[in-house]
Design a protein around this ligand. Structure first.
Ligand SMILES: CC(C)(COP(=O)(O)OP(=O)(O)OC[C@H]1O[C@@H](n2cnc3c(N)ncnc32)[C@H](O)[C@@H]1OP(=O)(O)O)[C@@H](O)C(=O)NCCC(=O)NCCS
Length: 377
């Protein structure tokens, strides 16, 4: 049973159930709200266990789970330990670790506050499961379910790029694919991967070509490996744009001069179905159109596609990150209805009074009329 001092300490912590642990029903952990770190051994002991060994085990397990997983895979886990709650489903049975009365005592909640917490957490759990299930869908099912075929082609009406095609306006084919297909990470790569091994390098070079300067000027800098790691995330999906008639103009060759690259690719958007601050979101990681094909509606079309996917999968909002120095893209996003999100970093005041401006911002656009009410701990 937690002491008053421990209870005060707990207020700084959130109780999280971890995806992997939910499946294996072994544990639940606390992570610090700000640092995302597990609690100290003493705190663990005073909350859950009298037995030192069990507490050490729990802490070690929590630490290694945190090490192994990306924080996007944690969810509010209060629902897993309200043993006698009638709303609890049989699937959650194994995850009950504390008795309902223990939870209320630990968190200093009344029965009705506890029930409210439970309901909020149940909703959080089902939202989380939705994300997990969507990410586990094979790409062919995902595409069939959530991307209408008419969006997979785009014909620009603009005259600007007609010179690249002989008789007709340029046509673009847009394929949706996964990081494992793009990078050939699966044991059994699809035909698409076998026939196009140069795709990852092409996408990577395109990002580098359009945004290297912005990264270089930022605090985070440019790091080849870090970017590739992000691109390879197993939940990343790609909308890859290819010119399906005509040929690339000479000007395009400045970034595609490397013969190893796939010269039919002229742009892409990458996104992830994920969670941000308890909300289900479609997070746009990259959008890059090569120079010659800009301003002819392709970016708009890619956003239409990704927002359609976001709406169809029931995501609360669409989000993205942009460097502040990329004023063109920021204005373009604003014109598409994106606004600064509440989690966008704020200027940081230093002790001397100086303040540090973040060099990037997070923008978002609500996709559903009413998002769910956020769970506050
Ligand atoms: C930002 C980017 C993706 C836009 O793609 P695009 O294909 O050139 O944009 P589109 O042709 O679809 O834009 C069409 C619309 O935006 C409008 N528009 C174009 N530039 C604009 C700007 N700077 N500000 C506001 N609106 C703009 C057009 O008038 C048009 O409006 P409409 O939809 O009302 O007709 C593209 O410029 C790009 O790849 N830039 C380099 C990479 C980059 O910076 N990516 C962002 C990283 S965070």
């Amino acid at each position: 049973m937690a002491s008053a001092a421990t209870e005060r300490e707990i207020n700084k912590w959130r109780l999280w159930g971890v995806n992997r642990l939910l499946e294996t029903n072994t544990s639940l952990i606390l992570v610090h709200e700000k640092t995302g770190k597990p609690p100290t051994l003493d705190l663990v002991k005073s909350i859950y266990y009298k037995d030192d060994e069990e507490a050490v085990d729990l802490l070690e397990e929590a630490k290694s789970s945190l090490r192994d997983m990306d924080m996007k895979w944690v969810i509010l886990g209060a629902c897993n330990f309200l043993a006698s709650c009638p709303l609890r489903t049989s699937k959650d049975c194994g995850n009950v670790l504390l008795r309902r009365s223990d939870v209320f005592r630990t968190f200093g909640k009344t029965e009705s506050q506890g029930m409210k917490l439970y309901i909020e957490a149940s909703e959080a759990l089902s939202r989380f499961r939705k994300i997990r299930d969507l990410n586990n869908l094979p790409i062919s099912h995902f595409t069939k379910e959530y991307l209408p075929t008419d969006l997979m082609e785009y014909q620009s009406s603009t005259r600007k790029i007609e010179s690249t095609t002989k008789d007709s306006p340029p046509m673009f084919q847009i394929d949706m694919t996964t990081s494992s297909d793009v990078f050939g990470l699966d044991n059994e790569p699809s035909n698409e991967t076998r026939s196009a091994p140069r795709i990852p390098q092409t996408l990577f070079e395109l990002i580098k070509h359009t945004s290297y300067k912005d990264y270089k000027a930022s605090r985070q800098g440019w790091d080849d490996e870090h970017k590739l790691e992000e691109m390879e995330d197993e939940d990343m999906r790609y909308l890859v744009v290819k010119l399906s008639n005509g040929r690339l103009p000479e000007t395009e060759k400045q970034w595609t001069k490397d013969s190893e690259l796939d010269h039919s690719i002229i742009g892409f958007l990458s996104f992830m179905i994920t969670q941000e601050e308890d909300e289900n979101v479609v997070y746009i990681y990259e959008i890059h159109i090569s120079e010659h094909f800009r301003d002819c509606g392709l970016g708009r079309h890619l956003f239409k596609m990704v927002e359609h996917i976001g709406k169809a999968t029931g995501m609360d909002k669409s989000m993205l990150t942009v460097f502040k120095r990329n004023t063109y893209a920021r204005q373009w996003y604003t014109s598409r209805g994106y606004e600064e999100d509440e989690i966008s970093p704020r200027p940081r005041k230093l002790r001397g009074g100086r303040s540090i401006e973040p060099d990037y911002e997070i923008l978002s656009k609500r996709l559903q009329k009413q998002g769910h009410k956020k769970v506050k701990s």
